[in-house]
Ligand binder design. Structure first.
Ligand code: IPD
Ligand code: CA
Length: 263
């Protein structure tokens, strides 16, 4: 795909941050055995990745706004455009030496995500999409799965941790969904959950209590791969409510029905 200058900039920034994180990830594996653990080291790696991305993106487009997990929101001179960045999605996996984490970068224009990059640096899988131009992983075009029956489908979610208030509703979702599908996965990186829906590995995904930076890039991947995305509660804004459903063209509606029936 011949991407725009902005998409190429996003890919460059994601690859640069990914290289830094891969180097740090090797060190994390060594730190598991230390009494202190790799916690502080990982926080530094995360902040450094955001610094690298910010330097690339804001250096090239100083007028765009910014929303990053580590450094928060900053207005730009151009109020219509902002970068939405999670430098390290799947932080807990990274911390535990599990190779399932990604850099996530999205560009929003007038309230709509118009480009997204999710880079799984440990597996060298680069997912990217631009509005109207399709979604890709490395050189291959992505399509959502064609599964039509819930009982054959695998769905991903994030199960809230650390006493978060969305836990009871998520457990209720699981109780409704698990008996009627082929399985639910909880791999701990929302950006990759969405990338996997886009690539047809998963048939759908939902999560309650998630941030814009976790999902912004993944949402356009799913849409450009022929899938659907929407809020858990009809009519709500996905980013504001932080509750999202994504699915292939066949199973998005049945999945919404099950999740929206929950109290
Ligand atoms: C988290 C991951 C996880 C999801 C959480 C997110 P982080 O992001 O995406 O899969 O369940 O809601 O906060 O903390 O690893 O960047
Ligand atoms: Ca995240």
């Amino acid at each position: 795909m011949q991407g725009s200058a902005n998409l190429n900039l996003m890919i460059k920034a994601a690859r640069k941050a990914g290289r830094s994180l891969v180097k740090d990830f090797r060190e994390v594996e060594n730190l598991q055995v230390s009494a202190k653990g790799p916690g502080d080291f990982v926080s530094k790696a995360d902040r450094e990745a955001e610094r690298i991305i910010k330097e690339e993106l804001r250096g090239a487009r100083p007028s765009y706004g910014w929303l990053g997990e580590e450094t928060g929101a900053e207005d730009g001179e151009d109020p219509t455009r902002r970068w939405i960045v999670d430098p390290l999605d799947g932080t807990t996996n990274f911390l535990h030496g599990l190779p399932h984490w990604a850099v996530s970068i999205a560009l929003e224009h007038k309230g709509e995500v118009v480009a997204g990059v999710v880079f799984d640096a440990a597996k060298d899988e680069l997912y990217y999409a631009e509005k109207g131009l399709g979604a890709f992983m490395n050189e291959s075009r992505l399509r959502v799965s064609g599964r039509r029956h819930m009982i054959e489908a695998i769905f991903a979610t994030g199960v809230p941790f650390g006493g978060r208030s969305t836990l009871p509703a998520t457990l209720q979702d699981l109780a409704r969904l698990m008996p009627v599908c082929a399985g639910v996965r909880r791999w701990g990186a929302a950006a990759l959950d969405l990338a996997y829906v886009a690539s047809g590995r998963y048939d759908g995904y939902w999560e309650r209590g998630i941030n814009a930076w976790d999902m912004a890039a993944g949402l356009i991947l799913v849409k450009e791969a022929g899938g659907f995305v929407g809020p858990v509660r009809e009519g709500r804004d996905i980013f504001e409510s932080g509750a999202v459903i994504a699915g292939n063209a066949e199973l998005y509606e049945p999945l919404c029905k099950i999740l929206r029936e929950a109290a």
